[in-house]
Ligand binder design. Structure first.
Ligand code: ZN
Length: 334
């Protein structure tokens, strides 16, 4: 750490000013071939200010110690979790085969690049989520008559078609998109596809098990009533980075990425390992991830990122903003 501080304290005054900090970020944010990633000026200054805790315009040795332990170390040696979302039979060739949806994408396409990653990249933890519904699940159009429709619903029970969104009675009333019956617990449709590699020490996370609430995100059900075991498992492993992919891009993959970012994880969405339902919604998903300082990459870029040889400024900025929020919280407590 001392050597690093001295190397960037070009004028040797015992502090890092913004200019010196800029050099540090140029050394930090590079890919494995030495290409320097640009960090926007506004974000550079914002990041600098997070570590200049006393606000005197320079980072002293104590402030740098914090920066080193909580930021640089994580950027250089991230702890990575790989989360493979819902690569199940029903979404690939079963009742909710996504190739029948408007984007006409093939769910089978994700298996080869995912398997290759599992073979070649050493993630610190691997998770498989499974959509895991009881047969009376609220999202099945076949069950529409089982629950009362709220007067505010744009579609009545009689007129409802697959993929429509209705509103069920409740407090508050509950919006629900209607899907064909899919991923019923312990059926062929809910099994992971036979060609998907399943690592022995991986963790399976089941979602959508409550008959009355749907669950797109692997973290939470759609009403945020109950969380899955994912949060606890990630915390247990001190994960810093989450790589998310699978089916469907604009539904469960997207919702999971949004939650991962909201919880504060450095989040990476794998474009070529994901397939979706609707092209416009896939674009929206991508925009949301990027706007919230997530990153979208292809699987070929993952190994270098996991090994800390390809270090993205977006993820560094995201971490800095999380540190800022936690510092603010601490100050409010005191
Ligand atoms: Zn489902």
């Amino acid at each position: 750490m001392d050597a690093c501080f001295q190397a960037f304290d070009k004028d040797g005054d015992g502090y890092l000013n913004v200019e010196e900090f800029r050099y540090l970020t140029r050394a930090l944010f590079r890919n494995d071939r030495g290409k320097i990633y640009h960090l926007e000026e506004r974000k550079l200054v914002e990041t600098f200010n997070v570590f200049d805790t006393n606000g005197d315009g320079k980072i002293d040795k104590d402030e740098f110690t914090f920066c080193w332990n909580h930021w640089i170390k994580i950027i250089v040696r991230p702890i990575s979790a790989f989360l493979i979302v819902d690569v199940q039979n029903d979404f690939i060739s079963g009742t909710l085969n996504i190739s029948n949806c408007s984007a006409q994408q093939n769910g089978l396409d994700v298996i080869e690049p995912i398997n290759k990653l599992l073979d070649t990249v050493k993630f610190d933890a691997v998770f498989y989520s499974l959509d895991w519904h009881p047969s009376d699940h609220v999202s099945f159009i076949e069950n529409i008559a089982e629950r009362e429709i709220d007067p505010s619903s744009p579609v009545t029970a009689e007129n409802a078609q697959t993929y429509d969104t209705v509103v069920f009675c409740g407090s508050p009333p509950q919006k629900q998109r209607l899907w064909p019956r899919h991923c019923v617990q312990d059926t062929w449709g809910s099994e992971l596809h036979k060609d998907l590699k399943v690592l022995q020490n991986a963790i399976k996370v089941y979602k959508g098990t409550n008959p009355d609430v749907d669950s797109y995100s692997v973290f939470w059900d759609n009403k945020k009533m109950t969380d899955t075991t994912l949060c606890a498992q990630l915390r247990l492993r001190n994960a810093t980075d989450i790589y998310i992919c699978g089916l469907a891009y604009d539904v469960c993959v997207g919702a999971t990425a949004v939650d991962a970012l909201a919880i504060g994880y450095r989040t990476i969405l794998l474009d070529d390992c994901s397939r979706g339902v609707d092209l416009t919604d896939i674009e929206k998903t991508k925009n949301t991830v990027i706007t919230n300082s997530g990153v979208i990459v292809n699987s070929s870029q993952v190994k270098a990122m996991v090994e800390g040889r390809d270090r993205r400024p977006e993820l560094g900025y995201k971490l800095a903003m999380e540190l800022k929020a936690s510092i603010c919280e601490k100050n409010e407590e005191n």
